[in-house]
Design a binder for this molecule. Sequence first.
Ligand SMILES: O=P(O)(O)OC[C@H]1O[C@@H](O)[C@H](O)[C@@H](O)[C@@H]1O
Length: 237
Amino acid sequence: MTAPPRLLAAIFDMDGTLVDNMRFHSEAWVSISRRLGVEATAERFEREFAGKKNEEIFPLLLGRPVPSEELALLALEKETHYRTLYTPHLALMRGAEDFIARLRAAEVRLAVATASPTENRQLVLDGLGIRSTFARVVGAEEVVHGKPAPDIFLAAARDIGVEPAACVVFEDALNGIRAARAAGMMAVGITSTTPPELLREAGAHWTAPDFASLPPELEALLRTSPHGKGASREDVV
Ligand SMILES: O=P(O)(O)OC[C@H]1O[C@@H](O)[C@H](O)[C@@H](O)[C@@H]1O
């Protein structure tokens, strides 16, 4: 890869990245699929649907267009079930607090770009008291196309005033990694949900199990930030 001029912004996916919650989403998806009489596995949600918007997932799941009123009811049912399952487990991903503090100290701009709807964002970002950490939170309803379209990451970068090539995205979903690459950003695959080799195949430059075990290349990248200690471009390649 060609090294970016600097690291100026970090854009975080929320579900599966800032928090380790994808198994609760999958459980809620499997449960609503069963009720609707559709065969669907947790793996299908994690590999094929994760990162897409609910209005994109339900028509794929049901194999037909879903009118907006029906869609709103289905989404409410799935998301309410997910929140009931996940709320007792609410916690930041391992190492996230320290890593975010380091990014802030390095004056890296921070944003969240998530396919999750408002109430899910409230649960995680307000529930953990981290919303004000981010200069911008872009949600599903603000873009027409969910991941793997680049729209949500481009919107985040635009709103925080950083060119895509100077942004690094942290993502756990294959669709999210593809979206980050389509946006022209660097991509780190967090392996909470998907094996590292699949994330790399989708385009992740690096992978890590969590924020406490980030690869050395990322440390070098951090040194190219406004208050980093100064790494040469070659260190990052
Ligand atoms: O973009 P994020 O934060 O990974 O959110 C994705 C999730 O958003 C949820 O609302 C969907 O129901 C999930 O199936 C989806 O995976």
